[in-house]
Design a protein around this ligand. Sequence first.
Ligand SMILES: CC(C)(COP(=O)(O)OP(=O)(O)OC[C@H]1O[C@@H](n2cnc3c(N)ncnc32)[C@H](O)[C@@H]1OP(=O)(O)O)[C@@H](O)C(=O)NCCC(=O)NCCS
Length: 207
Amino acid sequence: MNLIGSKTMETERLTLRSSKLGEQKRLWEILMIPEVNKWYLVGAKRHANNPNHWTWEIQEKFYNSKVDKSDNNDIFVWSVFLKPEYTNSGYEEVIGQVSAQEKGEDINICDVGWYMDPNYQGKGYATEAAKAMIDYMFKEVEINGISSGAVKYNIASCKLFEKLGFNKIGEIEKESPYTFYDGLLTFSKYVLTKEYYFNNENNRIRR
Ligand SMILES: CC(C)(COP(=O)(O)OP(=O)(O)OC[C@H]1O[C@@H](n2cnc3c(N)ncnc32)[C@H](O)[C@@H]1OP(=O)(O)O)[C@@H](O)C(=O)NCCC(=O)NCCS
């Protein structure tokens, strides 16, 4: 595994860069949208019912510490920017984030995560960004595999795993470590091994 951090990447419509302060407030705004944080939220569940905790005034310090570490060689988190020619404003806009992190049991196996601005969902941007990240993680960071999952009813995220070539290996009932949902949820478990990734490279979607 090569610890080379979150290098800037270009795709047809997107630029992926390590986290900088400039876009963090917009990313926080995106995460505060219920249809996003229903499935994805970086933060402690015990604060779910405490709106003060989620204000920018409180959150800013967490985002600052995230940015402080963003260029460390073991951090793989990218802010996803839409190139100006594809935005409504005509300026580059941050539309989401993709990330890969150590799974815990084996540092060569990563977990992955993603969220996109609902204004820009359904246009293939998460597929394009996640594919770039996965290519980078296998080809340059040289990880052995990805082991991840999504709530079974999170149709968009499950479709995304399948489009990216992941194999569904089962389901598990557990509490969500990420969302505000309180009870048991059924998660679909997905894996993408190095062997499968390289053997099927030509069959995978292009963006
Ligand atoms: C998951 C998410 C990142 C996908 O972003 P996106 O840019 O809309 O994804 P894409 O446009 O690349 O689409 C990926 C697939 O999901 C499908 N999809 C996207 N939005 C969908 C929706 N609301 N309902 C059903 N399918 C949807 C797309 O059609 C596509 O599948 P297809 O090519 O077979 O048609 C986005 O829905 C999101 O931010 N969700 C909330 C946060 C989240 O769930 N994070 C992951 C937690 S595990």
